[in-house]
Design a protein around this ligand. Structure first.
Ligand code: HEM
Length: 493
């Protein structure tokens, strides 16, 4: 039996056990299956499939084979912009299009939801689990370290992390697997900038190992069977939580001894603001997942698209070499340098359009709601898939074509159509952090190396639900010798 069949069998078993254990859910599903009218409006068209199992296995299979967008597009073609299905044991309304995105981002009748596997591994008291004033309070604590003025201060340390990483893991090598390399880079950048963790310390190494495992189970069927993906990820989460608890204790002791200030790092800031330990723990776990894997995928797919689009690659090289020529040897990038990386950022946004790292997001109806002439009962999930508007030819003509020119004037993009960071009150607060980290990484990669896809790597990818390229995106690299600082020589591509 191959790995996919084993995973499917585990998923089927998981769903069977969930079926037995979840009779209240079943009751809800059966009443929803009836498809009857409530409050005078019909339920959205579609079907909930088999009780509890619903369409879960089919969607998981489509994600693994990277056909999930087609799978969802077929639903939208059959049922229109709002349809019903059942995922992970819950009746779900799937909304497609700009107005669906707008509704999901702005309706006060909706709360956020995480997959059950995510909640069990990361925690149930994260910023995503709280609403109203509590959400605003926790989000403000994070924003202290993520908003523009804070991010400006990280440029120097990000620059140093990227250089160190490339010296240690790229220099002197002929091939590099980009995704694992970028995961380790973004983990290091996050630990330094947000958590003030000692470089090369044992805790940082341990956390890095546990989080690489944990993120594999975010959409796993949450059944703790021996040898299942979920049980391995749960074990990694337990070890990771112990390590984070140790960090919280250490920061508390330092704060009490007067050896640190709330401005030093997020953990100390949350302690000083009286957030309970359990909530700090869950939020640190959440940030560690949210901050590094997404950005690693972002940088990886940007390099992949530049390799496949040589004109864009040449323009990025030109822009970055121009900036490099203005710097002294070893001089770090500045905020001003980043604001000159306009074309590179347009190419990065086009990458986010084509391969958004986050696949879809869930909301939960807190009360009965109406959308598009349909009734969505209280307790249902609502789902949007980021790619649906990104690949809509009416919004982005010839959507499969990589064309950074689409983003040269971002104000020309219609609202609620380009949504890689979500929107509304839940808009990703780490977007500036991700932007700066990506630009700094791309600057140093582009000015130090030339790359092309390794002949043995087909450049395809699957989703888990994070996009993961086959072989981690194996590239052949060559160091560049010819850029002359303060001179005119260009290395070309
Ligand atoms: C390319 C990189 C990233 C992408 C594509 C991304 C995407 C997203 C998306 C789609 C959401 C959910 C919006 C919703 O619920 O509708 C989100 C939420 C969030 N992200 Fe990011 N993210 C990225 C990087 C980061 C980074 C670097 C951080 C932190 C340093 C971060 C922290 C968060 C937090 C805290 C939330 C929850 C916000 C809330 O519920 O109020 N993200 N992100």
């Amino acid at each position: 039996m191959d790995a996919d069949s084993t995973a499917m069998l585990a998923a089927a078993l998981g769903i069977l056990v969930a079926f037995v254990a979840s009779l209240p859910v079943l009751r809800r599903l059966l009443s929803a299956c009836a498809g009857g009218k409530t409050s005078g409006k019909p339920l959205p068209p579609g079907s909930l499939g088999l009780p509890v199992v619903g369409q879960t296995l089919s969607l998981l299979r489509a994600l693994r084979t990277n056909t999930a967008e087609e799978w969802l597009r077929r639903r939208a073609a059959a049922y229109g912009p709002v349809s019903r299905l059942s995922l992970f044991g819950s009746p779900t309304a799937f909304l497609v299009g700009r107005s669906g995105n707008k509704f999901l981002f702005s309706s006060p009748a909706l709360g956020t939801m995480n997959s059950e596997a995510f909640s069990r591994m990361v925690g149930r008291r994260t910023v995503r689990d709280v609403v109203g004033d509590e959400h605003a309070r926790v989000r403000a604590m994070m924003a202290q370290f993520l908003r523009l003025d804070a991010v400006k201060r990280y440029v120097g340390s990000m620059d140093a992390e990227v250089r160190r990483h490339l010296d240690a893991h790229w220099a002197g090598r002929g091939t590099v697997a980009v995704m694992p390399s970028m995961k380790s880079l973004t983990f290091d950048v996050m630990c330094t900038a947000l958590f003030g963790m000692e470089r090369d310390g044992a805790v940082r190494r341990e956390l890095s190992t546990e989080f690489q495992q944990l993120v594999k189970g975010i959409w796993a069927v949450p059944l703790n069977l021996p040898f299942s993906t979920f049980s391995r990820c749960l074990a990694a989460s337990r070890r990771g939580r112990r390590a984070v608890a140790g960090v919280i204790e250490e920061r508390r002791a330092k704060l009490e001894r007067g050896e640190s200030s709330p401005a030093d790092d997020i953990v100390t800031h949350m302690l000083a603001n009286g957030l309970p330990d359990e909530q700090i723990l869950d939020n640190v776990m959440f940030l560690m997942v949210a901050a590094h894997d997404t950005t690693a995928a972002f940088i990886t797919f940007l390099l992949r698209h530049l390799d496949a689009n040589r004109d864009a690659y040449a323009k990025v090289v030109q822009e970055q070499e121009e900036i490099a020529r203005g710097k002294g040897p070893g001089e770090a990038l500045s905020w001003d340098d980043l604001s000159r990386m306009r074309y590179t950022w347009a190419a990065a946004m086009e990458t986010l359009r084509l391969v958004p790292p986050a696949f879809s997001m869930l909301r939960k109806a807190l009360v009965d709601v109406e959308y598009g002439g349909y009734h969505i009962p209280k307790g249902w999930q609502l789902m949007y898939c980021i790619n649906m508007t990104h690949w809509d030819p009416a919004i982005f003509p010839d959507p499969g074509r990589f064309d950074p020119a689409r983003f040269e004037d971002p104000s020309a993009i219609p609202p609620f159509s380009f949504v890689p960071f979500g929107g509304g009150a839940r808009f990703c607060p780490g977007n500036e952090f991700a932007r700066v980290e990506t630009l700094v990484a791309v600057h140093h990669i582009v000015t130090r190396f030339r790359w092309k896809l390794n002949a043995g790597c087909d450049g395809s990818f699957s989703r888990h639900p994070m996009p993961y390229p086959s072989q981690g995106l194996l590239i052949d690299i060559e160091p560049i010798q010819s850029i002359q600082v303060n001179g005119n020589t260009s290395s070309g591509i």
